[in-house]
Write a protein that binds this ligand. Structure first.
Ligand SMILES: NC(=O)C1=CN([C@@H]2O[C@H](COP(=O)(O)OP(=O)(O)OC[C@H]3O[C@@H](n4cnc5c(N)ncnc54)[C@H](O)[C@@H]3O)[C@@H](O)[C@H]2O)C=CC1
Ligand SMILES: CCCCCC(=O)/C=C/[C@H]1[C@H](O)CC(=O)[C@@H]1CCCCCCC(=O)O
Length: 261
């Protein structure tokens, strides 16, 4: 499916999973805004993407998603530059058990804020044309580890928030699809940070178990996560879905019991 004429905003888009998703979106002819904290990386990434896809298709906005005003400005600039917004990927995330409050801010509060801002620009509730939101969680929401308790909590939170908002979108007739994506281990710089005492604090002592788990379950490439993301973006039947991506099962979906009293 061509995304020609569609406009996407990807947080944490300068590296790792976000970078792979930006690339796939550009390949599908979308216009893309990369929102990232890392200015040097964002500018370098934009230059590479301009060379590959031509200038004017991709923009970089330096922004810390934990700064609510800056995030609001990033959404506003996106619409100011491209005139609309259709796809929002709340992907930026960190694993920092030492500064655990920051982890909650970036991984959960910013995803909530990013979802609300996306709705302001896309929901029929606000007179807009509809769209799609994907919030990045993790397999850590299903298989926890003593190595990253707060990271795990935030990723549980992302799923709960996303599912509840998907129901709100249906009942409120927002015209916006909202889904969550849960990758297992992915080969990105984030995976290296889990060995660092500066990030993991006292939980760093559990890193060997964590690394054994990586060897046991395998490590995915960012391109497969981008493939899953593109399916969530383009398959209009998917709403409130929780996509899991693992080495053993590839791209698949979590199933829930129907609600009962
Ligand atoms: N790599 C992995 O094994 C897995 C990653 N995830 C999730 O996928 C998402 C992306 O992770 P990776 O690509 O692996 O990480 P990464 O560290 O390779 O890339 C993250 C990007 O987000 C940016 N970023 C970090 N904090 C930010 C902030 N406050 N404001 C704006 N940008 C910020 C970084 O500058 C970087 O460009 C995260 O939510 C992560 O929790 C989920 C499961 C597995
Ligand atoms: C830097 C953060 C990376 C988080 C990646 C992740 O999702 C980790 C989850 C692990 C959890 O913390 C402990 C585990 O055992 C999880 C392993 C997840 C892989 C499961 C794959 C199962 C399968 O292949 O069927």
């Amino acid at each position: 499916m061509s995304l020609n004429g569609k406009v996407a905003l990807v947080t944490g888009g300068a590296q790792g999973i976000g970078r792979a998703v930006v690339q796939s979106l550009l390949q599908s002819s979308a216009k893309v805004v990369m929102v990232d904290l890392n200015k040097a990386l964002g500018e370098e990434c934009k230059a590479q993407l301009d060379a590959e896809f031509g200038e004017g298709n991709c923009t970089f906005i330096e922004c810390d998603v934990a700064n609510g005003d800056a995030l609001r400005d990033a959404f506003q600039s996106t619409v100011g530059q491209f005139g609309r917004l259709d796809i929002v990927i709340n992907n930026a995330g960190i694993t920092n058990e030492k500064d655990w409050e920051k982890t909650i801010q970036v991984n959960l509060t910013s995803v909530i804020k990013g979802t609300y801002l996306a709705l302001e620009h896309m929901s029929k509730e606000y007179g807009k044309q509809g769209g799609t939101i994907i919030n990045v969680s993790s397999m850590a929401a299903f298989l926890h580890s003593p190595h990253q308790p707060v990271y795990t909590a935030t990723k549980h939170g992302v799923i709960g928030f996303t599912r509840a908002m998907a129901d709100a979108a249906i009942q409120g007739d927002y015209g916006v699809r909202i889904n969550a994506l849960c990758p297992a281990f992915v080969d990105t710089p984030l995976l290296q940070s889990v060995e660092d005492e500066d990030n993991m604090g006292k939980f760093v002592k559990f890193k060997d178990d964590f690394k054994r788990s990586m060897t046991k379950f395998g490590v995915l490439q960012p391109s497969l996560i981008a493939e899953g993301m593109m399916r969530l973006i383009t398959d209009t039947s998917l709403h409130g879905a929780v996509m899991k991506i693992t080495c053993s099962k590839g791209i698949h979906f979590h199933t829930y019991e129907p609600m009962s009293a």
